[in-house]
Design a protein around this ligand. Structure first.
Ligand code: ADP
Ligand code: MG
Length: 712
């Protein structure tokens, strides 16, 4: 390759300074081309145009100091804690920096006297020194000795400096150099991707300039504005990402609407069947969402609907009614659940519910005997089975339906968009798509859901069934364990049941079930020898799992020790107590899902969170939130804030695009704006040519950049 010209599409290994090793590291973050690198934007900036003198430091302020290392080394306090202690000075004074438990700084000989270093951190008055200022755990950047020879063009000093998140051994400084090299190599040659009409109407800045400015902002910019990601350059890049996704979803939706779906008819026979099986009066919210679903099913276009409702809000019965409508129209229904336990539960519940009716309901999970599975598959293909309930087994290649009219996916967050599409295609009518109803209990903050699930319609159950008493949640520590056991004992003597949830610890990629097994043995033999204790975890054989669940349902098992396999779907209204071990190790949404297993009946329920005494600020906030509220939406908002969107949505499983520049929390306003523009552009493009050009670009970029299924 050598001297051929660098373009945005050049593979990253052809960039100067990137060899095979570095290109592999970069690839681990999805950076494969020069363009990928340029969209790896700084997560913060340091204003090194005006460095603060040590003399002028004020406690409480967060700032950058440029100083020379005087001394450094590891010290050990009397209580046995090791601290890496460093003293540095500029011409005006001395600064101390401390890192607790940082033996690695000593081991790796990171610092030595004489080095010139940027320290970035919060200034505090040193507890021990006399008025000396200190920084605890500052971030730092050591200036290499040869920097002086770079003359006026330093990337480190005298400018607003971009700070990147390190990628393994690639430090912010290395990344800064690579980005700089890429910008120099491209020399402003970066093709515009947004449609010209959109740029003009929204007065957006030019792409090449925006990328350069985002990495290396001009010094006259206000650091506060840059740090808030609100310079015109940054806004342009955020807009671009949201616009692309918005337009992609709008195109997808338009395409889906253009296809023919099943046109169900509301029939008296369906009404009669529902009347026969309804075990209770639906809530107003359940009635409303059912109306929305039925209306959608009766339209000639395929349904793509997300049914959202907090744990325990009663989604199952709504889905069951939709299924009846489909079956009474002569179609088959598939209900897919994320775990075997949940699939089995749905199966048993629905089978019992359908006793007065004559539908054929079958369970398809991989754990069943091969001969049984073969038989079920044959009957599915022949159209004899009306309702198939199962796990991933339902989307295996050799599963075929005769007339699949409705696909119900429970607990969506465990499945991807791709699998949903896979199941839709099982209908075997090439030009007729099945209706899809996706149910999720993970409350996606509403604003995000409405804007992001652009290809789905939305129904929300925002009301719990009547006569529920709110769950009381308490945090306790090891010293209260006996009291907690006493509480459980009293409840069980009164005929109620309890869950004890243990985390599964992952060690070196292997799941360690020991804590749960040990807890089970301890409770069964030592603490509650007079009660029947059961154990449920993912490694049990299917038949065993089913057995334990049934015993718990029938009240024969009184205390169920379980891992998070009980997180979704398990429904035993008589269980009123949940004790969660190591609650500080669970995520907030997960705690909420777990807690959703209780509070399902009319009796008052209690959730006891057993937490370690040493817990981080974040885990404390999670526990506080749990005790403060039962509202899934509020909990989701807080969880999103605590974890950040990347982690909240987990991997791309969610079918939510992995944004690079944009941040779903910070940039909601730009999201709304870009989405509106995208919808407008797709609906009324200034010319077909402009639309076509953009669609072609997006089709190539879509799967790679946003990790989503194909656009059109
Ligand atoms: P989720 O939305 O979490 O899937 P489920 O469908 O499992 O909730 O319902 C939770 C519990 O509430 C179940 O025991 C169910 O039978 C009960 N339930 C649902 N709707 C009602 C209602 N309208 N009245 C009384 N109980 C209901
Ligand atoms: Mg459910």
């Amino acid at each position: 390759m050598g001297n051929s010209k660098l373009t945005v599409d050049s593979e990253i290994q052809f960039l100067k300074g990137v060899g095979p090793a570095r290109s592999q590291i970069l690839a681990s973050r999805g950076i494969r081309t020069v363009e990928d690198l340029l969209y790896y934007t700084p997560f913060r900036y340091e204003d090194r145009t005006r460095l603060t003198h040590i003399r002028d430091l004020v406690p409480g302020q967060t700032t950058t100091v440029f100083a020379k290392v005087l001394t450094c080394g590891l010290i050990r306090t009397r209580s046995g804690i090791t601290i890496f202690d460093l003293a540095a000075s500029d011409s005006t004074g001395m600064l101390r920096c401390k890192w607790f438990h940082a033996d690695y700084l000593e081991r790796n000989k990171v610092f030595r006297a004489g080095q010139q270093v940027f320290f970035y951190g919060k200034v505090e008055r040193d507890q021990y020194g006399t008025g000396t200022m200190s920084m605890i755990r500052p971030q730092f950047e050591i200036l290499p000795e040869d920097t002086a020879s770079e003359g006026g063009n330093s990337l480190e000093i005298g400018r607003i400096v971009p700070i990147y998140e390190s990628i393994s051994s690639l430090t912010p400084r290395v990344l800064r150099r690579l980005v700089w090299g890429a910008l120099e190599g491209l020399d402003g040659q970066m093709p515009e991707r947004l449609p010209p009409s959109v740029i003009a109407r929204n007065k957006l800045s030019d792409r090449a300039a925006a990328v350069r400015e985002t990495h290396f902002p001009a010094p006259e910019n206000d650091l506060a504005v840059i740090s808030a990601f609100r310079t015109p350059a940054q806004i342009r890049l955020i807009f671009e990402e949201f616009f692309n996704v918005g337009a992609g979803l709008a195109l997808k939706r338009r395409q889906a609407k253009a296809l023919a779906g099943v046109e169900f008819k509301v029939k008296d026979s369906a009404r009669a069947a529902i009347r026969k099986i309804l075990p209770f009066h639906p809530t107003a919210a359940q009635k409303r969402v059912l109306r929305e679903i039925v209306e959608d099913m009766c339209s000639p276009q395929p349904m793509n609907r997300l049914l959202q409702g907090d744990v325990g809000s009663g989604k199952t019965i709504v889905a069951v009614q939709a299924a009846i409508l489909a079956m009474e129209n002569g179609y088959q229904v598939a209900l897919m659940a994320p775990t075997e336990i949940l699939a089995v539960q749905h199966y048993l519940y629905i089978k019992q519910l359908f006793r007065p009716l004559d539908y054929r309901v079958e369970l398809l999970i991989s754990a069943r005997k091969a001969a049984e599975k073969t038989a079920i598959k044959r009957e599915l293909a022949a159209g004899v089975v009306n309702l198939a309930i199962g796990t991933h087994a339902l989307i295996e290649e050799d599963v075929n339906f005769s007339r699949l009219g409705l696909v119900i996916v429970d607990e969506q967050h465990r499945f991807g968009v791709l699998q949903r599409a896979e199941l839709m295609r099982k209908g075997r009518h090439p030009d007729l798509l099945s209706d899809v109803l996706v149910m999720t209990a993970t409350p996606i903050p509403r604003t995000l859901a409405l804007t992001l699930y652009g290809d789905l319609d939305f129904s929300v159950i925002d009301e719990l069934p009547p006569h529920r008493t709110p769950i009381v949640t308490r945090v306790i520590e090891e010293s209260d364990r006996e009291r907690a056991y006493k509480f459980l004992r009293e409840k069980i003597r009164r005929g109620e049941q309890a869950y004890v949830v243990c985390p599964v610890i992952e060690e070196g990629g292997k799941l360690d079930l020991k804590p749960a097994v040990r807890m089970y043995e301890q409770l069964a033999r030592v603490v509650f020898p007079g009660f029947r204790v059961g154990l449920l975890h993912g490694r049990l054989a299917s038949a065993e799992k089913e057995d334990v669940m049934q015993q718990f349902k029938r009240g024969e098992v009184q205390i169920l020790v379980a891992t998070t396999v009980v997180e979704v779907g398990v429904d035993v209204p008589n269980a009123t107590v949940m004790l969660i071990e190591h609650a500080d190790r669970f995520g907030l949404s997960q705690l909420h899902q777990l807690r959703g297993r209780i509070g399902r009946g009319t009796k008052k329920s209690h959730c006891i969170l057993m937490a370690g005494e040493k817990r981080s600020e974040v885990s404390q906030e999670r526990l506080d939130t749990m005790t403060a509220t039962n509202d899934g939406f509020r909990i989701a908002e807080i969880d999103l804030k605590l974890r950040g969107p990347g982690e909240f949505f987990g991997t791309r499983q969610w079918g939510i695009p992995a944004f690079r520049v944009a941040n779903l929390l910070r940039d909601q306003e730009i999201l709304e704006w870009a989405k509106k523009e995208a919808a407008e552009f797709v609906a009324h493009p200034p010319s077909q040519k402009e639309l076509q050009q953009f669609v072609t670009y997006l089709r190539n970029e879509w799967p790679r950049r946003y990790g989503l299924a194909s656009v059109a």
